[in-house]
Design a protein around this ligand. Structure first.
Ligand code: NAD
Length: 257
């Protein structure tokens, strides 16, 4: 038996990395999945991966920093499948990799608009649908950087701490109405975002960065996007029926040190 049979799920940032594996895992667990991304090509590839494995998926393009596009995304989900039971608000960017004293204002504004405003807009639209029905589950992608800081990532660290705050605020307001909201906090996960950052920090020799990232986690390696997808599927399922307002760490032990 699968854990999300008959559910309708939405995943943002599902055209790559963690979002793609989350969408595929939710589909494997029986959900029909709305795959959303600002990158249409990546999103359509994810739909092909899911349908190729026998699952059900539909692509809707949306930039999560746009209120209008997020509202259309929720309306499009309801038009396509007639329901929205589970949402994984995952779209995000890494932003500038510089010290706070050098951090550019436009880079700060951009990361706030996608990583924080995007999660806010999605949560609000999802709750407006779920709360009157008295059921639903939401997972937001935060990060270990939502719990601890790291050098040269002030904008990212700020947005991920704020995503945990939004998660808790939404969770305590929505619990009595039957809607659960949690965050997942991945450690270093091998995705295109991290590969690009490693190349930026160490041009032509990204392995130097991967060596550092491998050593951060006592497990001794980076995580795989699938390992986040499994956590998200569990948090969205009824198996997590008493879990709300949590920031679930999936980091190979990094923050336990
Ligand atoms: P990724 O770059 O592989 O995927 C991110 C996806 O988000 C891309 O498909 C991109 O097109 C999409 N996206 C970017 N801006 C968007 C926007 N405005 N609207 C809609 N979609 C947009 O990166 P990833 O590593 O899979 O990251 C996914 C999430 O996981 C992010 O929120 C990231 O901060 C978080 N995270 C990643 C790691 C890691 O180590 N990879 C660790 C902790 C948290």
């Amino acid at each position: 038996m699968t854990t999300l049979s008959g559910k309708i799920a939405l995943v943002t940032g599902a055209g790559s990395g963690i979002g793609r594996k989350s969408a595929a895992t939710l589909a494997r667990e029986g959900a029909a999945v709305v795959v959303s991304d600002v990158n249409e090509e990546g999103g359509r590839e994810t739909v092909d991966i899911i349908t190729g494995a026998g699952g059900e998926a539909h692509f809707i393009a949306a930039d999560v920093s746009s209120e209008e596009q997020v509202d259309k995304l929720i309306a499009g989900t309801l038009a396509q499948y007639g329901a929205l039971d589970c949402a994984h608000n995952n779209a995000g960017i890494g932003g500038p990799l510089v010290d706070l004293a050098d951090y550019p204002t436009d880079g700060f504004d951009k990361i706030i608009s996608i990583n924080l405003r995007g999660v806010f807009l999605c949560m609000r639209a999802e709750l407006r649908h779920m709360l009157p029905l008295g059921t639903g589950a939401i997972v937001n992608t935060a990060s270990t950087f939502g719990l601890v800081a790291f050098p040269q990532a002030a904008g990212y660290v700020a947005t991920k701490h704020a995503v945990i705050g939004l998660t808790k605020a939404g969770a305590i307001e929505s619990a009595a109405a039957g809607v659960r909201i949690n965050a997942v906090c991945p450690g270093a996960i091998l995705t295109p975002m991290v590969e690009e950052q490693a190349e930026t920090l160490s041009p032509g020799a990204p392995d130097a960065i991967f060596d550092v990232l491998n050593s951060l986690a006592p497990i001794g390696r980076l995580g795989q996007p699938q390992e986040i997808g499994e956590a998200v599927a569990w948090l969205l399922s009824d198996a997590a029926s008493f879990v709300t307002g949590s920031a679930m760490v999936v980091d190979g032990g990094w923050t336990a040190r």
